[in-house]
Design a protein around this ligand. Sequence first.
Ligand code: NDP
Length: 481
Amino acid sequence: MSTPFDYAPAPESRAIVDLSPSYGLFIDGEFVDGHGTPFKTISPSTEEVLAEVVEADEADVDAAVKAARRAFRSWSRMSGAERAKYLFRIARIIQERAREIAVLESLDNGKPIKESRDVDIPTAAAHFFYHAGWADKLEYAGLAPDVRPLGVVGQVIPWNFPLLMLSWKIAPALATGNTVVLKPAETTPLTALLFAQICQQADLPPGVVNIVTGAGGTGQAIVEHPDVDKIAFTGSTDVGKQIARTIAGTRKRVTLELGGKAANIVFEDAAIDQAIEGIVNGIFFNQGHVCCAGSRLLVQESIADDVIRRLKRRLGTLRVGDPLDKNTDIGAINSAAQLAKIKELSEVGEAEGATRWSPPCELPERGFWFAPTVFTDVSQTQRIAREEIFGPVLSVLTFRTPQEAVAKANNTPYGLSAGVWTEKGSRILWMADQLRAGVVWANTFNRFDPTSPFGGYKESGYGREGGRHGLEAYVTTGGTR
Ligand code: NDP
């Protein structure tokens, strides 16, 4: 039913994106055909085929690693100030082409344009700017006086923040003098291929960045390649464990940024309306496809009914639909496989006795969609309270004391992030000290900044990305490699 406050459609034009029907691999500064079988990448919001890309095989990965090795000789010897110029140039081109990249990201990933436009792409540019600043100051980073790059870095990234994850990986690697072979996720290769064009536009020396598209097998070929010095991976805990097993006993270094099941903890003295916005942002931002999503709401029992009532009212105002519409809050689920996983775990939640609720909302007929969902009456043993759903699904639990909140928040195999909502500064500090999570947000959630390190405890992985700490993952103080 329409109301006087309905939004008129406000679609962003996709004319700015110049899609090719097919793309090759980016190796040694050029697009090449590759040997593997082509596969299609689709728009998850319409199932329209956007382009065909190559599934790189072992020979392609080997060519990319060889190109990266050749480029390493001169790139690693270039002065930091010179390397910085390339990073600055890439950052500026990302800014100049921001609208084009944002539209392409929303097309290929399904995320709302207001998120790709206002979060993903500006933060991606910020990572290049920030690391450009470090390139000539590494000796002052407090790591060691004689830091050296590791060599060729293999990077495998997921589909939830395609260009942003690429930037998290490539910017520090390049700033520290490494060269890169990167594989984007199978369902979201297009902004990585656009980034390859940006490398050409920035006159980046051939081989410094190589992009090989493909599925799990391509990622595995990178991980197993004997001439790769370091692996940087973001994705599921299962694949992270496989990678750790594969490289055990080799000289390869690794950083793993894996899953999460973060607690977003709301105390009775919190500013409730502000907390509601934080809860919504915590789990419904990017359709909940966020490793650090606040997927477990822990709310103090005395205010639980009020918080749930206000939360439901707020969820009723969210607009689900066309990712390219500037008013859309929640876009499409990234793939049919991810949708199936979200549906399955939600059904398990009901079967295990939790109460399921979604606001009334019409979902488009084509594409992959899931309404924002809240589970109440959740207990800690239920799968929806333990497993990463990676979708717009919130599990609500309650607590009475700060000690109970900490115990419940830490009762998870993961340890990536947490949120605390309270008026009391002393409680924030106490909670941050007790919570086993790499990032603890206070009175906010899902804030990302290149200056701030990010990473997990336990099954959320190891190593940090971003900030001064993130540089450490890309340098050695040992002998030359
Ligand atoms: P994966 O961990 O499978 O994918 C992450 C990346 O690794 C992709 O590029 C993937 O390629 C690649 N990959 C897959 N298998 C291997 C392998 N054996 N060796 C090397 N690389 C490999 O995540 P999924 O996309 O399958 O998502 C599954 C679940 O993982 C989600 O439901 C979610 O719970 C979690 N996840 C967590 C993320 C996080 O940020 N922590 C991000 C994404 C998912 P390809 O794209 O072809 O599969």
